[in-house]
Design a protein around this ligand. Sequence first.
Ligand code: 13P
Length: 264
Amino acid sequence: MARRPMMAANWKMNKTVREAEEYLAALTPRVEADAGDGEVDVAVFVPFTALGAVGRMAGDSSVMAGAQNFYYEDSGAFTGEVSVPMLLDLGVRAVITGHSERREIFGETDTLVARKTSRALTAGLLPVVCVGETKEERDSGGMWDKVSKQVRAVVEGLGENASSGEVADRLVFAYEPIWAIGTGDTATPDDAQDAARKVRDLLGELRGEEFADRVRILYGGSVKPENVGEIMARDDVDGGLVGGASLEAASFIELVAGARKGTV
Ligand code: 13P
């Protein structure tokens, strides 16, 4: 089945409100103008401080405002956290869960990632769930052991939810090998395809072929305009989650165009 491609920017801890506004002012009209050239979901995952401005400027355009983090409880004594209703209030439509930086630096576990993903789906948000292995894990042949555990935890945590096609259309995985993030050391298109295929096969095992066929799987790790085409050309890779090369609006606009080309 034809899955709708997706190109997502993860700004990480970058940009003031003013810089975010300038970026959206450049990006949104371009994405809207090109929307007729092929369907592609575009999301920008921005810091909390810029979410109000980005949510307002993206509105219900073809650009989705996205949050890089949140907590699964709706309110209460959770100092420093932000909840799903708070994100919805700002016009947020997508979230990242399980980014390796949250797992490695802030200690997020598979269980926490699963709970957050489930909460996002219940709220109608589009979660991009990141999975991926370290260099040591890859070199010792442990890549699939790590990634399959991460995927399983999320899918098993969805419970009843997971059988519906509507959930499959919103659930997105991003295979982001940690050794390729911010290093310029991109996985080969074969590596990206191989990982995406394995994830899709596992989804099929857990929830059936039809479900697996609908879930989108992105690749992330040093994606840039020069390599997006060959990565997008692979069957099971449905788009990209981009850090460094998404920080300039012009470069991200090129990446979105690359995702469109992947559709034809
Ligand atoms: P880079 O594109 O900078 O390698 O970052 C990838 C990433 O972590 C996106 O979430």
